[in-house]
Design a protein around this ligand. Sequence first.
Ligand code: PA5
Length: 431
Amino acid sequence: MSLVRVNTAFLHNFMATHEVTALQEQVTSIHQMLHSTDAPDFTGWVDYPNTLNTESLHRIQYVAQEMRNNSDIVVVVGIGGSYLGARAVIDTLKPQLFQKDNNAPEILYAGLNISSTYMVELLNYLEGKRVSIIVISKSGTTTEPALAFRFLKNFMDKSFSPDDVKKRIVAITDEKQGALRKLADKQGYQTFIIPDDIGGRFSAFTPVGLLPMAIAGIDIHKLTQGLTKAHKHLNNHNIEQNEAYHYAVLRLILNRKGRDVENYVSSEPNLYYLTEWCKQLFAESEGKDNKGILPIAMTFSTDLHSLGQYVQDGKNIMFETFINTGKPTADIPVPTLDGDIDGLNYLVGKTVNEVNQTVMHATALAHVEGNVPVISLEMDNLDEESLAYLMYMFMKTTAMAGYLNGVDPFNQPGVEIYKTNVFKLLGKPGY
Ligand code: PA5
């Protein structure tokens, strides 16, 4: 059974069923290509759930447990696909805002900006604490994480003995190539390999994401169960039976009708980084050759009181994808107030989540009335299994969407251009 449903109830004014079925033949041939033995490069993630064995999960869990035992703080160093998958899962399932998990170290991130203020403040904060570092870079040459790691390596070498440093630094990178691989081998750091045929933004469930997730206390076995379910269920060419492809086709039809922006909407603030991950996955995969949908994200109700005005009433360039995660982790009934001075006693008998759900429903109806199509992705609840399912589904949607639109979803030539310019302007030898 699918753990995510695509609800099209709000789309009736915007497309007809025959527009969806007309794309079946194209979807079938792309599906066959993705699953063939002759699949394009960088499709290793498609069958990866099948190859995740107990041995590799055990090693991840073993190293994670060691880091949990000996660290107050773990700094994850990486950018783009090298940190967003982990952050999406950790922030969604282990929010630390009000409730700290006392058995887990604090997880911080570095290498995702080149802010000197951020770096100085981070180094000051780490002072005197038991710190471990996970440095992640597939290419091993990306400027932002490489520079951050140089500072953090200095900090570690000053703060801990050489033997302790080797236990406290883990590098996740290519098996053979890149500066990080060379450095890790030379220094004797523990390493995990990023599979050759899996690109950064599709690597959330390789050690890139699984190690930080396990350190944060996420049950990675349950994640892999969700992945396995998604892999099995979404290995189906039929648009009506495959939610990933159905969603890809709906997006394409809306895009062809002039909807160039997709707004990922959630009413749970914990999902902020999940929607950041979606933005990266879709933008980097689809935005090329002057084509693609621009992904943006909003949290409701917060953004209903700022960007909501534009969505309802601004230019008709957008459609929305609501991520409805079903039963909340916690809920609370609205209390009675004697005298009803605030006028809210009409809500007594409802829970806060019921009010939240009603706001989401009312907003979807309002946006449809304002000529904004709404796709609703619906789950029963949000746990390791269903979150992994949802993320794998998004990856499959991305791959299908890219090929339907005639672009290679697995490269990122635009990103490479800025990287090369940085090397040139900073005077890197050879550029
Ligand atoms: O999805 C991608 O390929 C990118 O976002 C990369 O993950 C990002 O550029 C970081 O690259 P690297 O891991 O080589 O440092």
